[in-house]
Ligand binder design. Structure first.
Ligand code: TTP
Ligand code: MG
Length: 366
């Protein structure tokens, strides 16, 4: 299955401040050149109802929401990453194998635990949705299918708060009527080229001779489109060994310059990170800290270890060493602290990811 959080950045803002729920919420990347210059990162579905879209200039979004009490907020990636990690920890526990593919998106292999039964998989997906709602107040949309490709297209079928199950014998009747743009890897440019070739639906694409597709799109992409249009995909769900780092951030009980008080908090963060590492059978080679000071300045420090390790005590000791040094250099009180580990030992995987060679399906991140 593919799990995709609904209007993620904007939903994360809603759980931070529930008072804004029900109003249009627009999360913006401000360029800083003038007051409203920049683009919309994402918005909640209330704002989408007024025509606001990802990538749209902020000014245009403001015009669409002119007579409405709307909320415009700047992106806060540190916070979204933290929410994302919590989400992924919940989801991972329901999967045979788990592969995070974006800040708000992950594939979960569930064949074993559902005995390959799609009704059981539907039940499992509903449990996952309920759990995210109960534990983190977040909604998501899930697609269940016989492979990654079909589950991803299925997840886009009903949004927000959707659950779409496509069984193997329903794949073609599901895919064929869909506009070509819905196929993973068909972006604006490819869509236009296909329209010019008279291909409007995925079914149109499936009818085309594979050699014709190869002539037009090259062997790799042509073959991909040929298979994908029929819902064929054998890309395995792979554990996300490709995560470059894991981090956790927390606010201290009170602003402080006291090492002991800070370590109380960072020890907890180390334990949390360590749990994730254990689950994913990863060792680390570098440890970093970040300190958000009372005056809003941010300091970070890191250290590369002599050897790869999975020892949480070494993580804690390194964090202590880094904070001791930082506190001796910086006078202000610390407000929030973070721990980050990286340099994971990965298994060698030569395999290409499903979409690694494709044009992004959306307009790209502003
Ligand atoms: P998406 O999953 O594409 O979008 P979404 O979660 O906001 O909405 P939904 O899934 O309900 O359609 O992207 C995840 C996050 O990535 C999104 O919350 C914000 C960010 N993003 C951008 O910053 N720019 C973009 O153009 C897009 C599409 C997303
Ligand atoms: Mg999403």
């Amino acid at each position: 299955m593919l799990v995709d959080l609904d209007y993620f950045f904007a939903q994360a803002e809603e759980i931070r401040n529930p008072a804004i729920r029900g109003k249009p919420v627009v999360v913006c990347v401000y360029s800083g050149r003038s007051e409203d210059s920049g683009a919309v990162s994402t918005s909640n579905y209330v704002a989408r109802g007024y025509g606001v879209k990802s990538g749209m200039p902020i000014i245009q979004a403001k015009r669409k929401l002119e007579n409405v009490e709307a909320v415009f907020l700047p992106v806060d990636h540190v916070y979204y990453d933290r929410v994302s990690e919590k989400v992924m920890d919940v989801l991972r526990s329901y999967a045979d194998r788990f592969e995070q593919v974006g800040v708000d998106e992950a594939f979960a292999e569930a064949t074993q635990r559902t005995d390959g039964d799609f009704e059981k998989a539907r039940g499992l997906a509903q449990v996952m949705k309920d759990k995210l709602k109960a534990q983190l107040s977040l909604s998501c949309s899930i697609g269940v299918g016989p492979n990654k490709l079909v589950s991803k297209v299925a997840a886009d079928e009903q949004k927000p708060d959707g659950l779409t199950v496509i069984k193997p014998d329903q794949v073609e009747q599901f895919l064929f009527p869909l506009p070509i743009r819905r196929l993973i890897g068909v972006g604006v440019k490819t869509e236009e080229r296909m329209h010019n070739m008279g291909i409007n639906t995925i079914g149109d694409l499936a009818k085309l001779d594979v050699q014709r597709l190869i002539d037009v799109f090259g062997r790799k992409l042509g073959t991909y489109f040929h298979n994908a249009s029929r819902g064929l995909d054998d890309d395995p769900v792979e554990e996300s060994g490709e995560a470059e780092s894991f981090s956790r951030i927390a606010t201290l009980k009170q602003d402080s310059h006291d090492l002991g008080l800070i370590l109380e908090k960072t020890d907890q963060l180390c334990e949390e990170i360590h749990n994730t590492l254990v689950q994913q059978k990863l060792s680390f080679k570098a440890v970093g800290i970040v300190a958000f000071m009372k005056d809003l300045t941010v300091y970070s420090r890191s250290k590369t270890l002599q050897n790869q390790t999975d020892d949480v005590e070494i993580m804690k000791q390194t964090v202590e060493e880094l904070f001791a040094k930082l506190l001796s250099e910086v006078q202000f009180d610390v407000r929030r602290v973070g721990v980050k580990v990286s340099g994971f030992a990965k298994e060698q995987r030569g395999q290409k990811k499903l979409t690694s060679f494709l044009e992004p399906a959306e307009g790209g991140q502003p």
